[in-house]
Design a protein around this ligand. Structure first.
Ligand SMILES: [Zn+2]
Length: 416
């Protein structure tokens, strides 16, 4: 059935539905089908038609948007962010430029612990206000779905406070928010001499409470030298899994600690960062179907090497891209800029980078049945870009040609 629609977006100069079975892997990532002179018909907040405009040109619709000179893509999906946070760590930028490492700054009481202090002292209201501000910036870059993590509370009470804020952010804002419990982000100062005691607290108190109250979909761990060991990470991820929280992991970011292999072993949905991953880790992830979520903004901002993205593609691993938006190692909400770094830093083709922030990013959150592509029955999350083709999102760079954003069929930004 075509029409009547609540909203008909069309004609569209270049429609890029990003619609395919998820995940998209290997050589298929080079193929990004487009529909010239396309249309998207929306009813009840969902896509009711997607295809050539001529088939719905005369259809009844309560509202129409003419995008005949623009390119329309699904709303972008960011599968790895650290909002909500508070505080100002701009001084660390200077320390890093002077040669201090991210982990040096953390060990000296800055880094994650400085954000922890700000978050612990914050009211829920001020945390929500900060999260809304960051989410609005994501929206201005076309992000309509974002994963967001706790991990700056590092106590049962403050981790839950962060997750409650994320629940409210999703309920009251224009974006779909997928919450993750990252209690295992760093060992807090009160457990400095007893990290095992903190792991006990996570497994015996925090994760059961989070699962019982349905506050998170995922359980995540920062598995890294100086954060959590492989053994601790395994225990936390398996405990989360037993409670119904899907595992994902910060793996092999700074050192190859075997995080990628652990991701494969525990059946993680995604392993993220992977700048120092071994070839054996890549093979293990490919065999187990773990998504490689790559965060080139972190490489750029920390002035480090980039993850071996081409090896992941060649191994047949699903790849996704994300901002890693956080106040220390990658403070950006601009997912298109990250996709640009995916091209110029990771060596991806523009088509590969676009799959990695749409359908595959949704797959990395196990939300691909709902978001990440324009297909009948999915949420009508779409962005109108003032460019003639998707290649022009990369050809001029550092620009923001976004004209309008629709979330669930509702205009939430801009006009056309
Ligand atoms: Zn992270």
């Amino acid at each position: 059935m075509t029409g009547p629609f609540d909203l008909l977006v069309g004609p569209i100069g270049c429609l890029v539905p990003c619609d395919a079975p998820a995940p998209r892997t290997g050589p298929a990532l080079r193929d990004l089908p487009t529909i010239p002179n396309g249309a998207v018909g929306i009813r009840g907040g969902l896509v009711a038609y997607m295809g050539p405009y001529e088939e719905v040109a005369g259809a009844e619709s309560k509202a129409n948007v003419d995008a005949s000179r623009q390119t329309v893509l699904p709303g972008f999906v960011d599968p790895h962010t650290h909002i909500p946070f508070l505080g100002d760590r701009s001084a660390e930028l200077v320390l890093r430029l002077q040669g201090k490492t991210y982990m040096d700054i953390g060990r000296a009481g800055g880094g994650i612990l400085s954000t922890m202090r700000a978050v612990r002292n914050a009211s829920k209201g001020s945390l929500l206000e900060a999260a809304r501000g960051t989410a609005a910036r994501f929206l201005s870059h076309g992000v309509t779905t974002l994963e967001a993590k706790s991990g700056y509370g590092l106590s049962v009470e403050s981790e839950i406070k962060q997750l409650e804020v994320l629940g409210e952010l999703g309920d009251s804002g224009p974006q779909t928010v997928i919450p993750t419990c990252l209690g295992a982000h760093f060992v807090p100062p009160e457990f400095k001499d007893d990290p095992g005691g903190y792991v006990d607290l996570l497994c015996d108190r925090l994760l059961p409470e989070v699962a019982r109250r349905g506050l998170a979909k995922f359980c995540d761990v920062f598995c890294e030298e100086g954060a959590f060991t492989i053994e601790q990470s395994r225990r936390i991820l398996l405990k989360g899994k037993e409670l119904g929280l899907l595992p994902r992991i910060h793996a092999d970011e700074i050192e190859d600690t075997g995080g990628a292999a652990l991701a494969a072993e525990v059946g993680a949905v995604s392993a993220d960062h992977l700048m120092a991953v071994s070839d054996a880790g890549i093979e293990a992830m490919a065999r187990a179907g773990v998504c490689a979520t790559l965060l080139p903004g972190t490489s750029f901002y920390l002035r480090k090497g980039y993850a071996p993205a081409r090896k992941f593609v060649e191994a047949g691993c699903p790849i996704a891209l994300s901002t890693d938006c956080n106040p220390g190692s990658s403070y950006s909400t601009n997912l298109l800029h990250i996709a640009t770094l995916g091209v110029f830093g990771l060596g991806l083709m523009p088509e590969e980078a676009l799959w990695a922030i749409t359908l595959n990013a949704a797959y990395a959150l196990r939300e691909h049945d709902r978001v990440g592509s324009l297909a009948i029955g999915k949420r009508a999350d779409l962005c109108v870009w003032d460019v003639p083709s998707p290649l022009h999102l990369f050809y001029p760079y550092g620009e923001n040609p976004l004209r309008a954003v629709f979330s669930g069929g509702r205009r939430v930004l801009g006009g056309v």
